[in-house]
Design a protein around this ligand. Structure first.
Ligand code: SF4
Length: 226
């Protein structure tokens, strides 16, 4: 699927320690402008997804009809009313990673840090855009989508990346898994969200575990129900 990898400036400012883009120093803004041109030349975004049926949702696990069982109590609680699931893998391609490494190798550490932050924001934005697009598509069919979950975050073990990747044809993916289940290129995001058949008795929002979680410093916190 074609999805743009755009950089939301206020999100970037937050990653760089500011409140909004206007609060970023002039020298950092100059660096961002230069790096943005490089980023646009190098980025090669791709997003792959599979639409799959859920066989059953147990306490602590989601079993897909195709076989894998995703083990995460919070994921299973969110998915309890879902009968379909979307598995996705998004990447910015290897050239951005290569440029970050090159800048680090040349000791341009500030530029490397900023480009890394820009790539993180762009990858997140790419997935958010995809999620919004699917939300509208399913709403038109009278269905709802849940919030997203990724292996390696919250209570979903990173080793479950292997199960998620097993749902894709590796020959068609530009993303690989290392032995420690990290993705290459590094600026890639994998995850899932569920699809709930709409029923007026159900809540209009899917369950969001973050709203009742005490881990205040969690960087993956989702502040709103979707
Ligand atoms: S705040 Fe973090 S740890 Fe808590 S439920 Fe959300 S993602 Fe999981």
């Amino acid at each position: 699927m074609e999805v743009l990898a755009t950089i939301e400036k206020n999100d970037l400012a937050k990653l760089l320690g500011g409140d909004e883009f206007g609060s970023v120093s002039r020298s950092t803004r100059t660096k961002i402008e230069k790096l943005e041109t490089i980023f646009r030349e190098l980025v090669n975004p791709a997003l792959y997804y599979q639409h799959l049926e859920i066989d059953s949702v147990e306490k602590g696990a989601v079993l897909l009809e195709e076989g894998p069982k995703f083990t995460s109590p919070k994921l299973s609680k969110t998915m309890k009313d879902c009968d379909e699931i979307i598995c996705y893998i998004a990447t910015l391609g290897e050239n951005v990673d290569g440029e970050i490494k090159r800048l680090m190798g040349q000791k341009h550490l500030a530029e490397a840090y900023i480009l890394d932050a820009m790539a993180s924001v762009a990858a997140d934005n790419m997935v958010a855009t995809f999620h919004e697009r699917m939300k509208s598509e399913y709403e038109n069919q009278g269905k709802q989508v849940t919030i997203c979950f990724s292996p390696g975050y919250c209570d979903w073990p990173i080793t479950e990346q292997k199960k998620l990747f097993s749902m894709f044809d590796s020959n068609e993916l530009d993303v690989e898994l290392t032995d420690s289940c990290l993705m290459q290129p590094r600026k890639s995001i994998s995850g899932v969200f569920g699809i709930t058949p709409f029923n007026s008795n159900q809540s209009t929002h899917s369950y969001n575990p973050c709203l009742e979680c005490n881990q205040r410093d969690c960087s993956e916190r989702r502040n709103s129900a979707f």
